[in-house]
Design a protein around this ligand. Structure first.
Ligand SMILES: [Zn+2]
Length: 304
């Protein structure tokens, strides 16, 4: 008889759920608005209704949920979710847990994505991988020696807030020179505005790069160096075998060609290493799927 688990991806404006079986196949996937502006009870009601909808009567044994920021069980708060104030007030997760009859496992959404991408394209080939999400922000999840490395506080892998220039550009977090302050979609846009006086999305800057636009070429050439040096720092610190790039900005194909040579040149130690930068393959299903894997692990059906 099949066994089932549910994965939830809680975002600032929407929540998604999927039902998986023990073979990790997605049997159903649903989404609806999360409505954090209507309060905690409403968010929890939305999540519970969505779980029922995704399960469709199947008897699931555990639920995994990916959330923004880092959930601290001690004070029942998600830290680092500043765009959704409700999530940073205590009580949301404990309320959800109290309404569920099965175990609920909570994990950072970048870690969920890392897990899903790791099993989709690295497992068995690479054991030590960093998955980076580059979009409106920059986050990452770490799989070290085939294990999800969350750190004692669940806060490991904040590559977006490691600095590559101590007197560099001011980041939203208050520090200078953070990777996110250069490489996130909005940061690429800001750099283009500085150079050309025009506000453009990362996709549009890429279109102009293709047409030979000088400011666009400069934005990307600077970004290749920054990403290459930043990723080399991570490889040097963690002995990574591969890097997976996901999120909206990862759809720009330039990174995969231009960043590895810069990164590989900056590696320390064993010469001649070529660390691949792999494009994420699961698109927007990585979050829910990784969350479901947490539930499958709780059921002793997966190991990581
Ligand atoms: Zn920062």
């Amino acid at each position: 008889m099949s066994r089932f688990a549910v994965g939830i991806d809680l975002g600032g404006t929407k929540v998604e759920a999927c039902l998986v079986d023990e073979a990790r196949a997605i049997l159903a996937r649903k989404r609806r608005p999360s409505e954090p502006d209507k309060g905690r009870e409403r968010v929890v009601a939305n999540i519970l209704a969505l779980i029922d909808e995704a399960a469709g009567g199947a008897r699931f044994e555990a639920v995994g949920i990916g959330t923004p920021g880092t959930y601290s069980a001690g004070d029942d708060i998600m830290y680092g979710a500043p765009h959704t104030p409700l999530y940073e007030r205590p009580g949301l997760v404990s309320l959800l847990r109290s309404r569920l009859a099965v175990p609920l496992i909570v994990e950072n959404d970048a870690n969920c994505l890392a897990l899903a991408e790791f099993f989709a394209q690295c497992h068995g080939r690479y054991s030590t991988v960093m998955a980076v999400i580059l979009g409106t922000g920059m986050g990452s999840g770490l799989i070290l020696g085939n294990r999800l490395h969350r750190g004692p506080n669940g806060n490991a892998g904040e590559i977006g807030h490691t600095s590559i220039a101590i007197d560099g550009r001011l980041c939203e977090c208050g520090r200078r020179g953070c990777g996110e302050a250069y490489l996130s979609g909005p940061s690429l846009g800001r750099r283009y505005t500085e150079l050309a006086g025009e506000a453009l999305s990362a996709d549009k800057i890429f279109e102009r790069y293709e047409r030979g636009d000088a400011p666009a070429r400069r934005v990307f050439e600077e970004s290749f160096r920054i990403m290459g040096e930043l990723f080399a720092n991570c490889v040097n610190a963690l002995d990574l075998e591969a890097i997976v790039l996901g999120g909206g900005v990862s759809n720009i194909p330039l990174w995969y060609e231009h960043v590895p040579p810069i990164m590989n040149k900056a590696l320390f130690g064993i010469p001649g290493r070529r660390i691949p930068i792999l494009k994420a393959v699961l698109g927007d299903s990585a979050g829910v799927l990784g969350a479901a894997y947490l539930a499958l692990r709780e059921m002793h059906l997966m190991e990581f």
